[in-house]
Write a protein that binds this ligand. Structure first.
Ligand SMILES: *Cc1c(COP(=O)(O)O)cnc(C)c1O
Length: 362
């Protein structure tokens, strides 16, 4: 059954652990003896209650969250968070600091400005085509929050450690690297992640929010655009995306029970990334595009000597059972997304293919 599956290097939606997909399949027609699939049971049933509560409990254990944090499931993707964050946390007088590290940060800034909110771009890496993460940033002490994108899916850069923002809470878009390593949530007021990169299917965005952030949410917002609506109702004010949440629950179970937690996950991810970057750096046929100290563990971006060779590389890789290696349409080149579910074996097969391709075309 699984021998037709390819080595999937897609950026998102992206690979999920095979055992999770098998569990989805096996549970599909008769979920926990309900005689229904998870897409047919009521979201007000005990069956779904158990799913969402277990998903939340596992996220809290994996990230070692205390009771100050709430785990929410919101629709509209990470893109809706770009708009909800300024809507919920910025008053007319207030302002927020944003660090611009690429396409997604740029969109987050745009969504705040559309609403007439005051946004200060505290640092940007646009001067070098977003190939690095800025350091020694001066933040505004009175900012309502500092917004960063922890991993830049398109440019292949990632914050190795998080900036010191004093008492100002960090709000982070972790769509493409949440759960790739342990996380000290002390600095964060809010973390959000569209599920379809590293923790599940499309259709749901996980939001982790600290209590004090909820205190400032204004009353006069539409219900579906207010974080308090989700925190008050355990993400079930209206019908939640049940299937997506269920799959996220299974991914959290896989992280805890199969992988053994986020320390282990990081160890595996570092091994994978070192193997691939190590090979890319070992010659001059392939060139990594992100600066060394800013490289992403999740999205490895690289170029070949010409665009023709890049096209050929992507085509031949597909024929050899490796998909998703084309860079984002806005930047070109190649990109291997090597999220949690991508195995070390997949990277080994890719590196072997890259060696052979170089020998034939170098
Ligand atoms: C994919 C991605 C987004 C957009 O996510 P949607 O769920 O499609 O809105 C935002 N930020 C980052 C870092 C991403 O990788």
């Amino acid at each position: 059954m699984s021998e037709n599956r390819i080595f999937n290097f897609n950026a998102g939606p992206a690979a999920l652990p095979l055992s999770v997909l098998e569990e989805v399949r096996d549970s599909f027609l008769d979920f926990k003896g309900s005689g229904m699939s998870i897409t047919e049971v009521s979201h007000r049933s005990k069956w779904f209650d158990d799913v969402i509560n277990d998903a939340v409990a596992r996220v809290k254990r994996l990230l070692k969250l205390d009771d100050k944090f709430h785990v929410l499931f919101v629709q509209g993707g990470a893109s809706l968070q770009f708009a909800m964050i300024p809507m919920n946390f910025l008053t007319k007088e207030g302002s927020a600091d944003y660090v611009n590290t690429g396409t997604w940060s740029t969109k987050a800034i745009k969504e705040a400005r559309i609403q007439g909110k005051k946004v200060y771009v505290a640092a940007s890496s646009e001067d070098k085509n977003f190939s690095y993460i800025p350091c020694n940033i001066q933040f505004n002490k009175d900012a309502a929050y500092v917004h960063i994108t922890s991993n830049n899916t398109i440019k292949g850069t990632q914050w190795a450690s998080f900036p010191d923002t004093g008492n100002v809470p960090i709000v982070a878009d972790m769509s493409s690297d949440i759960m790739c390593r342990p996380l000290d949530m002390k600095k964060f007021g809010l973390v959000y992640a569209g599920a379809q990169k590293n923790i599940g299917p499309a259709g749901v965005c996980m939001v982790i929010i600290r209590d004090d952030m909820l205190q400032v949410v204004p009353d006069n917002l539409p219900s579906m655009l207010k974080y308090t609506t989700y925190s008050d109702k355990n993400s079930m004010y209206n019908t939640p995306p049940c299937f997506s949440i269920y799959t996220c629950q299974l991914v959290m179970k896989w992280l805890e029970e199969t992988i053994g937690g986020l320390d282990k996950m990081e160890e595996i991810n570092r091994k994978k990334a070192e193997l691939l970057y190590g090979f890319i750096d070992s010659g001059d046929f392939y060139t990594a595009t992100a600066q060394k100290d800013s490289r992403s563990l999740m999205n490895v971006t690289f170029r070949l000597p010409s665009e023709d060779l890049e096209r050929k590389f992507i085509e031949e890789a597909a024929k050899s059972g490796m998909g998703g290696l084309k860079g984002h349409r806005s930047v070109g080149g190649c990109r291997a997304s090597i999220y949690n579910a991508t195995t070390l074996e997949a990277i080994e097969v890719l590196v072997e293919f890259m060696k052979t391709f170089e020998q034939k075309n170098g």
